[in-house]
Design a protein. Structure first.
Length: 303
């Protein structure tokens, strides 16, 4: 993986880590499922000016169902069931080992010993942070968040199999998948009028204006820019090389919560975060092959 692409992967992790702050702003005014549907529904008019990606429909729909629909449906159910936001940002990154395992099983991607060591190191750091924070979460929200992470991993594999010539087009076109099922979930769990009432009162309250800022960040930076770059990297490298960078998301999330929300992390979390960073850097290293040397004297061409 080139240094430029590693920097892009870290940038995506920073964008997604900041997205949990924006998500907190949005959920302060909007019901969870309605907010998730709105996140993708606002992108639908843009598709009139974006050509459909030249990929098979099953991979486009699979990416939309796994990454955009299943991940956020399970995540918002977990948050509604009492999952702390900080812990959710951590547990959701178990999508990285899920992606690596599914890539090895389904796509037959080979792992180097260094990559495997790095992934295990990063997971160890995640486990330590999760153990330190697990007292604030019950079993059901944890399982729902893990289900969201597994859905994200399935979406990663669908994106990898799509092999989109233009990854940004694929990222935008998955917006056709989540709105209908998310609006349906909102009508069932949140009431048919709750989300629309929040939408009509968005400019009349301070929480609504803050929620609008969170929506803009989520749509433009987390979805269009972050997911677009992520899809591009998945098209260039094996899933096992790209996925470990998502383990940096909770590190950025904890740091921003400390700076913006005055949530001081424990020293155990800081130490475990350093372990996660080390593991991600190791996990991004592929097998380095020496360049083939040209022979000093070319062999004669047979006549």
């Amino acid at each position: 993986m080139t240094k430029k692409d590693r920097l892009l992967a870290v940038t995506v992790a920073a964008l997604w880590g900041s997205n949990f702050i924006a998500l907190d702003w949005g959920l302060g005014h909007f019901p969870p499922f309605f907010f998730a549907a709105l996140r993708f529904a606002v992108l639908l008019p843009v598709l009139l000016f974006v050509p459909r990606p030249q990929v098979k429909w099953r991979w486009l729909i699979g990416y939309g169902l796994g990454f955009a629909t299943g991940q956020f449906a399970f995540l918002f159910l977990a948050l509604q069931a009492g999952m702390p936001t900080g812990l959710a940002s951590l547990v959701l990154q178990s999508s990285a080992p899920f992606t690596v395992l599914l890539g090895a099983l389904l796509l037959r991607e080979r792992l180097t010993p260094v990559q495997l060591l790095g992934i295990c190191t990063a997971v160890l750091g995640m486990v330590v942070i999760g153990w330190h924070r697990a007292h604030s979460a019950t079993l059901l929200p944890m399982l729902l968040t893990l289900a969201g992470a597994f859905s994200w991993a399935l979406g990663n594999l669908s994106s990898r199999k799509a092999e989109a010539p233009n990854p940004l087009h694929l990222t935008l076109w998955i917006a056709i998948v989540p709105p209908l099922p998310m609006f349906a979930l909102s009508a069932v769990f949140e009431g048919p009028g709750a989300g629309w009432h929040a939408l009509t009162t968005m400019f009349s309250t301070t929480s609504g204006i803050i929620a609008l800022s969170g929506l803009v960040y989520t749509v433009l930076l987390a979805t269009v820019v972050g997911s677009g770059v992520w899809t591009t990297l998945l098209g260039r490298y094996p899933a096992s090389t790209v996925a470990p960078f998502s383990l940096l998301v909770p590190v950025f999330g904890f740091t921003l919560a400390w700076l913006l929300l005055d949530e001081t992390p424990h020293w155990i979390e800081l130490a475990a975060g350093a372990v996660v960073v080390t593991g991600v850097l190791l996990g991004s290293l592929g097998r380095i092959r020496p360049a083939a040397k040209e022979p000093a004297h070319p062999e004669p061409i047979p006549t």
